[in-house]
Design a protein around this ligand. Structure first.
Ligand code: UDX
Ligand code: UDX
Length: 416
């Protein structure tokens, strides 16, 4: 099939490359010409993702910044960024622009095509925002074109694996004909396909990520209690996870969740609930606990040293290991507080240091060994290499459970 993937960010780039691997004819469209130029070189891609350079060199993908070149697709897959503001109101500005550009590009077409939203949106968006824009020029959904909403479940660092080996494929469809086209698009992937209405698909994405977030805040709350009682939360989590109704995954206690999805998706869900006149107290608590959890390392550190004039070393800046992504990373909150309190900060991260220094030029870049050689060390991302450092004689506050760090002179885990 001919597929125009709109938006060459994390989701669009991976989805486009994987759909090409499945044999589809892909054109990747992005308004950012510089990004397109970088992707065309195949090197120093805008995002780091394991296996992506290799995959892009193997499959053939066309790229463009011009929607006219993408106009003849069987399927338009919208992957532009969506963000939520503090109130949770989702910014669908990019979605609106991209949909408008698709509508303009296809206005003279007489044949059938499907527009599918992959970007995460609040329930009702495809029906209430996307379809009216596509119908503006006199075309009719379900007659002249089809509409679907097919959420992504890609975890950064494992995006290609997740796309090629999904747990499930969710296809929200305007009508059966649209859904049949999307099901054909995914042919070759071995996973259960669930076909639903458009809003249900939008909600499945939000409810899934909110559940993962809840699991993390839950174990962090248990961890905060365990720390006071002198119990090792990781032993508790192991014991809980052996119950296959609970499972071991997403029970790593620590400084909480960041990234481009979990915090944002919670905000969107809370705001959608409030708009529907329902106050989601559980989800609000999950968010509040996660906010408070971010600052636990600083609270613990202040028990041992005075921040003013101290040099604090930070190990780990990305929101999780395996990625250079610092969106909503815990390190951002923590470093801001440390600097405000008058500490100097040295930092190391195997991939994210460059991006982090753009945000915080006052932070000193260092090697992992130099970082450990500070008045105190905070571990904020569980990169495997941190388990090989020499922490003897140091003060370490561990936000992510690095076993080797326990050898420090003073060691504190946030939840253990
Ligand atoms: C985004 C959303 O944030 C996520 O919630 C959703 O599920 C998928 O899309 P991501 O791919 O990480 O995730 O976003 P981002 O890296 O910001 O990429 C979006 C791309 O769209 C950017 O390259 C941007 O230049 C491009 N874009 C944006 C367009 O091509 N056209 C526009 O009108 C706006
Ligand atoms: C998430 C979802 O997993 C994915 O399905 C979705 O589509 C996009 O959002 P991602 O943001 O890449 O993926 O990261 P994820 O692995 O879910 O981790 C999110 C955050 O939770 C990280 O900051 C991580 O450190 C934290 N986390 C995760 C914990 O604190 N404890 C855990 O047990 C697991």
């Amino acid at each position: 099939m001919k597929v125009s993937v709109i938006g060459a960010g994390y989701v669009g780039l991976i989805s486009g490359a994987c759909l090409a691997e499945l044999g589809h004819d892909i054109i990747l469209v992005d308004v950012d010409k510089e990004k397109i130029a970088t992707i065309n070189t195949g090197k120093n891609l805008p995002i780091y993702e394991e296996g992506l350079e290799e995959l892009l060199s193997r499959v053939h993908i066309k790229t463009s910044s011009d929607y006219a070149e993408a106009a003849s697709a069987d399927v338009f897959l919208i992957c532009v960024g969506t963000t939520a503001d503090e109130s949770g109101a989702i910014f669908s500005r990019h979605l609106v622009t991209a949909t408008g550009q698709i509508a303009a590009a296809v206005k003279d077409r007489q044949d059938y095509y499907v527009v599918a939203v992959k970007s995460t949106v609040s329930p009702g968006t495809t029906e209430e925002v996307v379809i009216p824009i596509l119908e503006k020029a006199g075309k009719k959904a379900g007659v002249d074109f089809g509409v679907c909403m097919t959420p992504e479940f890609l975890t950064e660092g494992r995006g290609i694996y997740n796309f090629m080996n999904p747990n499930r494929i969710i296809i929200g469809e305007y009508d059966k004909r649209s859904g049949d086209v999307l099901e054909r698009l995914h042919r070759g992937l071995d996973a259960p396909v669930l076909r639903t209405g458009l809003s249900t698909a939008e909600m499945i994405k939000l409810a899934s990520n909110a559940f993962l977030a809840t699991k993390i805040s839950y174990i962090n709350e248990i961890g905060n209690i365990c720390k006071r009682l002198g119990i090792d939360t990781y032993d508790v989590a192991r014991g809980m996870g052996l119950d296959d109704r609970i499972g071991q995954k997403f029970l790593n206690a620590g400084i909480g969740f960041g990234g481009s999805c979990l915090p944002k998706d919670l905000k969107i869900l809370i705001s959608s609930a409030q708009k529907a006149d329902y106050q989601p107290d559980l989800l609000q608590s999950v968010t509040d606990l996660n906010e408070a959890q971010a600052l636990k390392p600083v609270e613990l550190l202040e028990k041992h040293i005075s921040l003013k004039g101290a040099t604090v070393g930070i190990l780990g800046l990305s929101f999780k290991p395996g990625t250079d992504d610092i969106r909503d990373s815990r390190a951002i909150r923590i470093v801001r507080v440390l600097l405000d309190e008058g500490a100097a900060v040295k930092a190391y991260d195997p991939l994210a240091l460059g991006k982090f220094l753009e945000l915080f030029p006052e932070v000193k870049a260092a090697t992992a060994e130099e970082v450990v050689d500070s008045d105190a060390v905070l571990i904020l991302t569980e990169w495997a290499e941190f388990d090989k450092l020499d922490y003897r004689g140091r003060i370490v506050i561990d936000g992510r459970r690095i076993e080797k760090a326990r050898e420090a002179r003073i060691y504190e885990g946030v939840c253990w």
